[in-house]
Ligand binder design. Structure first.
Ligand code: GSH
Length: 213
């Protein structure tokens, strides 16, 4: 049985949880507390020296970095449950490109919005910084529009959807705290249809962080 270390509300841990469910693998979920400093304890740092979730322990092997965990699960358990990546080599490379773009480009702008809003006390919010972060995020998301259309039309459920969905859910959660962000109003129809369709699928509902409501 694998041990899956996560923290509730982490979009990167959420993607791994979705993948474990999608592949129907047996695992034990270990919920760590950010507030209690669980991620900075020696026992956890010995698994991931960066002190970040998710971490997956599978027998003798310890893996961190969520996108690598997704690849590991697919490589190690290719015939268990549903696939996380297309079998075709070219299509697989295209999936990896999108996940890499999420991790490198979308991650940095979504973190910028997170840091200037949820991770800053409300009385210290700097409206100019928040608008700039929202603007950059909007621009970055537009780059994925073609993928949203394709995924929606093909009814795709793969590592790419599992990587992107938690980030969009987090952005919408930020907007709940700051409704004038207007993110849901400016969402492209491609993104909106894609997100609304995935939201109805049971694994996206059962794995949603409970404190997000
Ligand atoms: N690139 C990493 C990002 C992981 C990450 O940033 N995890 C955050 C939660 S979303 C974390 O554990 N933060 C705790 C900290 O930095 O102290 C991955 O994909 O696994």
């Amino acid at each position: 049985m694998m041990d899956f270390y996560y923290g509730s509300g982490s979009p990167y841990a959420w993607r791994v949880w979705l993948a474990l469910e999608h592949k129907n693998l047996q695992y034990q979920r270990i919920n760590l507390s950010f507030q209690d400093g669980d991620l900075k304890k020696d026992s956890f740092l010995s698994m991931n020296p960066r002190g970040k979730v998710p971490v997956l322990v599978d027998g003798e092997v310890t893996i961190f970095e969520s996108s690598v965990i997704l690849e590991y699960l697919e490589d190690k358990y290719p015939n268990v449950g549903a696939n996380l990546f297309p079998l075709d080599v070219e299509a697989r490379a295209l999936s990896r490109i999108v996940i890499n773009e999420i991790d490198v480009y979308l991650d940095s702008v979504s973190r910028r919005l997170l840091m200037t809003t949820l991770f800053t006390p409300k009385e210290k919010w700097d409206e100019a910084k928040i608008s700039r972060a929202a603007e950059l995020l909007d621009l970055e998301l537009k780059r994925f529009d073609e993928y949203f259309v394709h995924s929606y039309e093909q009814k795709k459920l793969s590592a790419v959807e599992f990587s992107m969905f938690p980030i969009i859910a987090l952005i919408l959660r930020i907007e709940k705290q700051k409704p004038d962000l207007g993110f849901s109003r400016s969402m492209s129809s491609a993104l909106e249809s894609w997100f609304s369709a995935l939201k109805l699928i049971p694994i996206f509902q059962t794995t949603r962080p409970p404190h997000w409501g």
